[in-house]
Design a protein around this ligand. Structure first.
Ligand SMILES: C[S@@+](CC[C@H](N)C(=O)[O-])C[C@H]1O[C@@H](n2cnc3c(N)ncnc32)[C@H](O)[C@@H]1O
Length: 339
């Protein structure tokens, strides 16, 4: 069927509105670099006793492409394990979810996972949200060509502090789709707070379909986040280039090395960037001397036991209806309804 422009919503207008809001910071002064809010957040993290930067800054357009490459790596089991669960249990998921949902994809990236759901659940509206706004727009435009009959909108926004949805998003049967174990980037308490915000955005007919990475052998985890090809290292190091752009920093990528390692006591993968030698970094409004070996903490990826994952959802106001896992018990996809 050729694309029917009559049935396609004003995607670019919707996108333009939210894209402008996402990149300028709503009501925030904009500098020659990123928004004042982003610069302040980055500066506070870099100046902290243990320097850290939110993983959301890993995703500029190049970061999003590097993440796609990570998903192709044999060592990166989450993507293919989750895909196998969807392939095995897709019919049961479709039965549990039903048709005509408002499918809200949190951190949609290239939207590929939602696209595989479309033929199963036939959503009435698809709303893709991502901080990597340019990459999202391109992904959604391609998707709209493939599925011209589904109403779509792209929201380029940072959902870490607020998840307010515009009135153009249907209120009926909202299904928050949060695959890829991205929930693991939050601490458990932050994860509950985030899911509560999602819960607050749906009525009693709302639901959640979420992918959660489970505790497993640390060798499997270490290999997944520090691959021999160095793709994950490039993904992590690209953050420094993004900070140069956003905060006017002067990081030299070659002076830093990637570290990705499982911290069993905290049940999380930690990614760090470690200074190869003593060096000074400047950014808009700040400067710091890093000792050789001193690191910036760039990402956590928490691994859960199934029961703890279900408990997390309950604390946020969702009740798990189905927990699907792979035969090795490495990954879980949970369908939960609003309570
Ligand atoms: C690990 S990737 C997952 C992509 C895709 N959903 C998947 O499962 O393959 C995380 C995605 O969330 C987006 N993201 C991260 N932090 C975000 C934030 N604070 N607000 C909006 N999107 C965010 C990233 O840009 C990225 O596309």
């Amino acid at each position: 069927m050729p694309p029917s422009t009559a049935s396609v919503p004003p995607l670019t207008r919707e996108y333009a509105n939210v894209h402008a809001a996402a990149n300028s910071g709503v009501g925030q002064a904009r500098t020659a670099h990123g928004s004042a809010v982003a610069i302040a957040e980055i500066g506070a993290g870099l100046a902290a006793a243990h320097a850290s930067v939110s993983p959301k800054f890993l995703y500029d357009a190049l970061g999003s492409r590097l993440f796609e490459a990570i998903c192709e790596l044999p060592e990166y089991y989450p993507t293919r394990t989750e895909a196998a669960i969807f392939a095995e249990h897709g019919a049961a998921m479709a039965h549990a979810i039903g048709h005509d949902t408002t499918l809200i994809d949190l951190g949609a990236g290239n939207c590929a996972k939602a696209a595989r759901l479309f033929p199963l659940i036939h959503p009435a509206q698809y709303v893709a949200i991502d901080i990597s706004a340019d990459f999202l727009r391109e992904s959604l435009e391609r998707l709209q060509q493939r599925f011209p009959h589904i109403e779509m909108a792209a929201l380029g926004l940072d959902f870490s502090s607020s998840l307010a949805l515009p009135p153009t998003v249907r209120a009926e049967k909202r299904l928050f789709f949060y695959p890829g174990s991205s929930i693991g980037n939050f601490t458990p308490q932050e994860a509950v707070d985030f899911l509560r915000r999602a819960r607050a955005q749906c009525d009693s007919d709302g639901a959640l379909l979420i992918g959660i990475d489970l505790v497993k052998d640390s060798a499997v985890l270490d290999a997944a986040y520090d691959d021999p090809l160095g793709v994950t290292a490039a993904f992590n190091l690209n953050l420094l280039r993004h900070l140069n752009h956003l905060a006017g920093a002067d990081f030299d990528v070659r002076q830093w090395r990637h570290r990705g390692r499982y911290n069993a006591a905290e049940s999380r993968i930690e990614m760090h960037l470690e200074a190869r030698h003593e060096l000074t970094v400047h950014w808009q409004g700040g400067t710091r001397l890093f000792d050789a070996g001193e690191a910036i903490h760039t990402e956590n990826s928490y691994k859960y036991r199934s029961s703890a994952a279900v408990g997390l959802l309950e604390q946020a106001g969702f009740q798990a209806m189905n927990v699907w896992t792979d035969p090795q018990g490495w990954f879980a996809v949970i369908h939960a309804r609003a309570i």
